[in-house]
Unconditional design. Structure first.
Ligand SMILES: Cc1ncc(COP(=O)(O)O)c(C=O)c1O
Length: 389
């Protein structure tokens, strides 16, 4: 059968994170590897009540086939939440998807021909490389600095290589935890306005800001853009709901692509999430997640200060779920992984997030899925493993 599979399948790397998660299934391992939300943040009681409410009041509608675009009242709530942040979005320009991951796939399907160029951040979200990679584009990457991409390189690459898409995660980026400054958001918007590159702005962590001021989306500074959102980090990832915001022309193609892919997203869960968002105090729920993650992030940073050698540097994210560690030059986080796993602690080596120009001395730590006791013990073990490298 080997010869029958499409060529593109041999070009796609298996997700390294999924491979690591298999190792970390062992309950004795303290894992900072996955990107899982804290299960204590899931509104279980409210979702149970919302499910019963939907079945009692609109059971037949919830269990029937429905429209590709998604449940209109849910799209209306999404538009209202954007409006509260000063972003004008029409309900008809929102498409409900199976998480923002499907958004990435649909964008790839609608825009990417074989060997079209797509620009991504360096490092970037691994599953985006996989998702876009299935359409066999040419990737190019622009280095990420502490306040967003390197602007000189960004401008040169946009003007010289004219990529079709620029994929960016401006808030608490996965994997680095880095956020773009307001200045860079505006500058990127103005450069894109003068070129034909479309921004694909992925914002699953935007509402998990626990420090600093909320900043406008890059999308608000350019017409040339698509914005992706998700309920995974603010309600539940298992519910698999996200959305795409795009202009009329793009939406037309996205809807066709989604029809071909799955007709529509789970309608029952769309109605449940709508009931949850309108029947409960979601702002209070978000505060709870923000406080929880801030506490976990602070604990991780405190432990890094206590147990890591002084020449190890790290990002201090203002939100999200990850921080990014850089070991001294010449050290390998792959080697560190081997040592750390012997001591039952796991993380993702940075190499997994690069297309090329990989920095082997980097690694990603997730802080949202471990309690403070595990963070303390895990960082202590990791500190020892670094010292033994
Ligand atoms: C940057 C980024 N985009 C998209 C996703 C996919 O999220 P979902 O499909 O659950 O909305 C993730 C998940 O971790 C992510 O980190």
């Amino acid at each position: 059968m080997k010869d029958l599979f499409a060529d593109r399948m041999s070009k796609i790397p298996r997700s390294f994170v999924r491979e690591i998660l298999k190792v970390t299934d062992d309950p004795d391992i303290i894992s900072f590897a996955g990107g899982l939300p804290n299960p204590d943040s899931f509104p279980q009681k409210e979702i149970a009540e919302s499910s019963s409410y939907v079945i009692k009041n609109s059971g037949a509608e919830a269990l029937q086939y429905s429209t590709t675009e998604g449940y209109k009242p849910l799209r209306k709530v999404i538009a209202e939440r954007y409006a509260a942040d000063g972003l004008k979005v029409d309900v008809d320009n929102i498409l409900i998807t199976n998480g923002s991951q499907q958004g990435l796939d649909l964008v790839g399907k609608v825009f990417l021909n074989f060997e079209d160029t797509i620009m991504v951040e360096e490092p970037t979200y691994l599953a985006a490389i996989q998702s876009f990679g299935l359409y066999e584009p040419k990737f190019m990457s622009v280095p990420l600095l502490n306040d967003g991409v390197d602007m000189d390189m960004f401008q040169t690459m946009i003007e010289n290589s004219k990529p079709k898409l620029f994929y960016s995660i401006p808030n608490f980026q996965n994997p680095t935890g880095i956020s773009y400054s307001l200045k860079k958001r505006k500058l990127i918007g103005s450069i894109l306005n003068k070129n034909d590159t479309v921004l694909v702005e992925d914002n699953p962590y935007g509402e998990i800001r626990f420090l600093g001021e909320k900043l406008p989306t890059i999308n608000s500074f350019t017409e040339n853009s698509i914005l992706l959102g998700s309920f995974s980090k603010i309600v539940s990832p298992g519910i698999r709901l996200g959305w795409i915001v795009a202009n009329d022309e793009t939406m037309h193609h996205l809807v066709t692509a989604k029809q071909a892919s799955d007709l529509h997203s789970n309608f029952f869960s769309q109605m449940i999430v709508h009931r949850y968002l309108t029947g409960y105090n979601v702002e209070e729920h978000l505060k709870k997640i923000q406080n929880m993650y801030k506490n976990q992030r602070d604990c991780m940073i405190q432990m890094i200060k206590r147990y890591f050698p002084e020449d190890v540097t790290y990002t201090e994210p203002e939100g999200g779920m990850f921080l990014w560690v850089t070991l001294p030059e010449g050290k390998s986080s792959m080697e560190l992984f081997e040592k750390a796993i012997e001591d039952n602690v796991a993380f993702v080596p940075g190499e997994a997030f690069y297309l090329d120009n990989s920095q082997p001395n980097t690694l990603r730590l997730n802080f949202s899925n471990s309690n403070n006791a595990k963070i303390e013990e895990g960082i202590k073990r990791l500190g020892n493993a670094i010292k033994n490298l």
